[in-house]
Design a protein around this ligand. Structure first.
Ligand code: GLU
Length: 442
């Protein structure tokens, strides 16, 4: 049965689906997300009327950010905040700084946050923000002024009960600190819960910095158990060596596992019997470009980013940006398992090829949820004025990640669908149920 037929409004819906040029589905990456979502809604057998509101972001804001640069001239940057859904709770999601940020990307990532928070069953909806800028060309003072003005511009939208930003690509704890300070200055009192991923000195949570990486590690442990892989004998390739990739590689290394390849935008390195990740991390920290370029160690060879993706490793962990595994390279991928640490690293076309090849893909909305889970724990501490030790935070994180993995795995086995579909279907089911309970207003 098709979605369009189910509620008896076939004609109107078809017209609405195809002809409204204001629909987000006209755009590329949001359209890809909708394709996956529509297919999952159809498999779930939900009524179109219950589902259709979730295809649209609830609220979108584009702002201009005039900033005085260090040389005295004024430059205007563009920023976005998209709230995809507040059905299950306040909107939640990161803020990224990058030259290629646009509304379509932010909108797609906002929707992914809705599904991510629903998969791990934390009481949040989804949001995302972005500022179009190249942080490598900005001084720290310029970054601060952009952040403060952006915060002022999106101020009516954010707040601990409304929408809570967090770090994402090219943003960090210091930037979250500026957001918290700017918001608090406008309110006239300190509001730690407006943002997560803050420095611990001002209400950040212990364990937040490594949370995404640690969550990926818990996910790897779970999938290895299910697939009968001995991690002590397994090989790993990690694409990306930023906040997330570095933490994953380091945590894997500290477990005694063999990370044979790492890459970032400057290129990649390979060592058959395993890289010394602590040594590499120290090098990158000290390197002014914060890249792996120029790293030298015994027995390493260099490799291109594309080569890393197609290495014959047991577990491939894409931890960089979206659309890295595409129909052009998916056919050459030899890893047994892909654990997605980045958001949206696999295109839908590539996903299909990987499924046909029998490669297990643990989807982003499950495997990289550790960041937002510890964001949730930070927010819970903030609004109750609590301070937990790291052991407590990590054990909550482990509990939530393992429970969520188990739920997605069971759904995948029972319904004989790939893990990505299982995760989306679970998330959709939870969100649609919440919507139905709340009802339509007015
Ligand atoms: N940016 C992270 C993500 O994409 C964390 C979001 C958050 O903590 O709100 O999941």
């Amino acid at each position: 049965m098709s979605l369009d037929n189910r509620c008896g409004h076939t004609e109107v819906q078809n017209e609405q689906k195809c002809c409204d040029s204001s629909l987000p589905e006209q755009n590329h990456s949001y359209a890809n997300m909708l394709k996956v979502l529509d297919a999952c809604a159809e498999k779930l057998g939900v009524c179109w009327d219950d589902y259709v509101p979730l295809r649209y972001p609830e609220r979108e804001l584009t702002v201009s950010i005039p900033v005085e640069m260090d040389d005295g001239h004024v430059k205007v940057f563009t920023g976005y905040r998209v709230q995809h859904s507040s059905v299950r709770g306040p909107c939640k999601g990161g803020l990224r700084y990058s030259s290629d940020v646009d509304l379509d990307e932010v909108r797609t990532l906002a929707a992914l946050m809705t599904w991510k928070c629903a998969v791990v069953n934390i009481p949040y909806g989804g949001a995302k923000g972005g500022v179009q800028c190249d942080p490598t060309k900005l001084s720290s003072q310029e970054l601060m002024r952009i952040t403060r003005r952006y915060t002022a511009m999106i101020l009516p939208l954010i707040g601990p009960e409304k929408d809570i930003p967090a770090p994402d690509v090219n943003t960090n704890a210091q930037i979250m600190g500026w957001i918290m300070d700017t918001y608090s200055a406008f309110k006239g009192f300190t509001v730690p819960g407006v943002v997560t991923g803050k420095p611990v000195e001002i209400g950040g949570s212990l364990g937040r910095e490594d949370a995404t990486g640690r969550g990926v590690l818990f996910t790897i442990n779970q999938i290895a158990l299910k697939k009968g892989i001995d991690l002590n004998k397994a090989s790993f390739a990690v694409q990306g060596f930023g906040k997330v990739g570095e933490a994953i590689a380091r945590l894997l290394y500290q477990e005694g596992y063999r990370v044979v390849a790492i890459s970032d935008i400057s290129g990649g390195i390979y060592k058959e019997d395993g890289l010394d990740i602590l040594d590499l991390s120290n090098y990158v920290k000290k390197n002014p470009s914060h890249l792996i370029e120029g790293y030298k160690a015994e027995g390493i060879s260099s490799l291109a980013n594309q080569e890393l993706l197609t290495l014959g490793v047991d577990i491939l962990v894409p931890s960089a940006r979206e659309n890295q595994i595409t129909e052009d390279n998916a056919g050459d991928i030899k890893a047994k398992i892909i654990v997605e640490a980045a958001n949206g690293p696999t295109t839908p076309e590539a996903d299909q090829i990987l499924n046909e090849k029998g490669i297990t893909v643990v989807p982003d909305i499950l495997s990289n949820a550790g960041g937002v889970v510890v964001s949730y724990l930070e927010w819970v501490q903030n609004i109750q004025c609590l301070m937990w030790d790291e052991k407590k935070v990590n054990s909550f994180l482990q509990e939530i990640m393992e429970r969520s993995f188990q739920e997605v795995w069971e759904f995948h086995e029972q319904n004989k669908v790939p893990m990505r579909e299982a995760a989306y279907m679970l998330a959709l089911d939870r969100t649609i149920k919440a919507r139905k309970i709340r009802g339509n207003f007015p």
